[in-house]
Design a protein around this ligand. Structure first.
Ligand code: FUB
Length: 447
């Protein structure tokens, strides 16, 4: 990438903080390789962390210093639990090597085991895999003094079978490997073997899971003429042999495509990453979209959406620029002093944005807030249920905020008491000649 563009990218997008959005899931930092897990009904993500190389650092291909953990709070807000491990705290790791690539975490008997790759000190090995244990999914973890003996590679992916036996998948290259773990979860019980039955081509990011009695192994897979895709294979035995079943996601021009799959509240969800915030494929942002199975156990291809998976409820930010449908309007990076993100822009008379699935709870929502920038005084923004002509539940009168990049929070009472989950449609009203009614960043429902 052109250096000037890189510096511009950092200046524009790298230094600001943001609220939570639908896709990407967070924008206050760059997050990649999202391994999602459901522990006791709660959704967690164990991603890696891309950063802009600090000045004076000989930048490795990816610059990845530490790990954070996220959990889904409310219906749509990802909580950042902060840094759980820094590169210079790895007992066996080389200092300042910025090589904290994709991790995973798994629970067994009430203990949480966090697996991560790092560059070992005093060794000419690309990556080893270490492990830490905690009583909580968000740590703190007690890190093992040594890496897992007999394992060399990246991208640990863990499977805990119904019989409580655990398997460690790993590797990046033309082959992937698997090894059973001892009950202590810190050592392999047998030497790793090659995963048999996978197609040719570069592979990494193995993520295993079990559905019914079938073992699925998903992996990032590079086709010479297409680039990175997400592929999957199935087997009757966790150690294989596997049979390649096809692609879960076509190449989306995202550089790499490390991912994970979970079942959360009955829905299957694919977590993956892209770089739409930074414009640079080494500064990635994690995303999620629903995934479905066909009756024969095959997986339907997932297309990335803006809307993603969150179901915002009272107090959550409804990032309407991550829409399901848009009419006579656009979205653009938000301007002014706003935190990083997008806005609905170029709105005119009867423009609308549809955002599916907002949870109004038990009718306790009384108010709605809208974050608006408005360079004129005419018009209003209406919020309808289900369609542009559906029941009107809120209306904001527009007022001059100081310009199209000067943001103010407007508040209005709900016109109706609404219960349960509904699609909402935000309709812009203005005079017919205008092509700039208001810029809208987000909505929030409140008691
Ligand atoms: O994030 C660094 C590396 O890039 C991961 O370990 C790979 O899976 C790829 O996403």
């Amino acid at each position: 990438m052109n250096k000037l563009y890189f510096l511009l990218t950092i200046t524009l997008f790298g230094l600001t903080k943001s609220l939570f959005a639908q896709n990407p899931l967070v924008t206050h930092m760059y997050t990649a390789d999202p391994t999602a897990r459901v522990f006791e009904g709660k959704l967690y993500i164990y991603p890696s962390h891309d950063i802009v190389p600090p000045e004076g650092t000989e930048a490795p291909r990816f610059c990845m210093p530490d790990y954070h953990i996220f959990s889904l709070e409310n219906g749509n807000t990802w909580k950042d639990h902060g840094r759980v491990l820094d590169q210079n705290e790895v007992p066996w790791g080389e200092k300042n090597s910025y090589g904290m690539w994709a991790p995973d975490c798994i629970e067994k008997d009430g203990k949480y085991y966090y697996y991560y790759p790092a560059k070992p000190k005093n060794e000419n090995t690309f990556r080893r895999i270490g492990v830490g244990v905690s009583d909580s999914p968000t740590g703190p973890f007690k890190w093992e003094k040594n890496y897992i003996k007999g394992v060399s590679g990246i991208d640990p992916g863990l499977l805990l079978d119904d019989d409580e036996k655990a398997y460690l998948f790993f590797g990046g290259g033309h082959e992937l490997y698997v090894a059973p773990l001892k009950d202590n979860m810190k050592e392999v019980s047998k030497a790793p073997i090659l995963v048999e039955g996978l197609p040719a081509g570069y592979k990494e990011g193995s993520f295993p899971f079990k559905k019914d009695s079938t073992y699925y192994l998903t992996f990032a897979h590079v086709f010479a003429d297409e680039g990175y895709t997400i592929g999957y294979a199935t087997a009757d035995n966790p150690m294989g042999p596997y049979q390649y079943r096809g692609k879960i996601m076509d190449n989306i021009d995202n550089g790499t495509n490390h991912h994970s799959v979970v079942n959360y509240k009955g829905d299957w969800i694919l977590f993956y990453h892209w770089w739409d915030v930074s414009g640079y494929n080494k500064l990635r942002s994690m995303r999620a979209d629903y995934m479905t199975f066909k009756k024969d156990g095959s997986i339907k291809k997932v297309k990335p959406t803006r809307r993603g998976i969150g179901i915002p409820t009272l107090g959550d930010t409804i990032q309407v620029d991550r829409y399901n449908e848009i009419h006579r309007a656009n979205t653009a990076f938000v301007g002014g002093e706003e935190p990083l993100g997008w806005m609905v822009s170029d709105t005119r008379m009867n423009s609308y944005v549809k955002f599916n699935k907002v949870d109004f709870g038990k009718g306790t929502a009384k108010k709605m807030q809208a974050r608006l920038a408005c360079g004129q005084r005419i018009g209003s923004i209406e919020v309808h249920l289900n369609s542009p002509k559906g029941k009107k539940i809120a209306e904001f009168s527009l007022a001059y905020t100081g310009g199209w990049n000067s943001w103010e929070t407007f508040e209005t009472d709900l016109l109706e008491s609404v219960e349960g989950v509904h699609d909402i449609v935000i309709v812009f009203k203005s005079d017919w000649g205008s092509t700039k009614t208001a810029n809208l960043n987000w909505l929030i429902l409140q008691e």
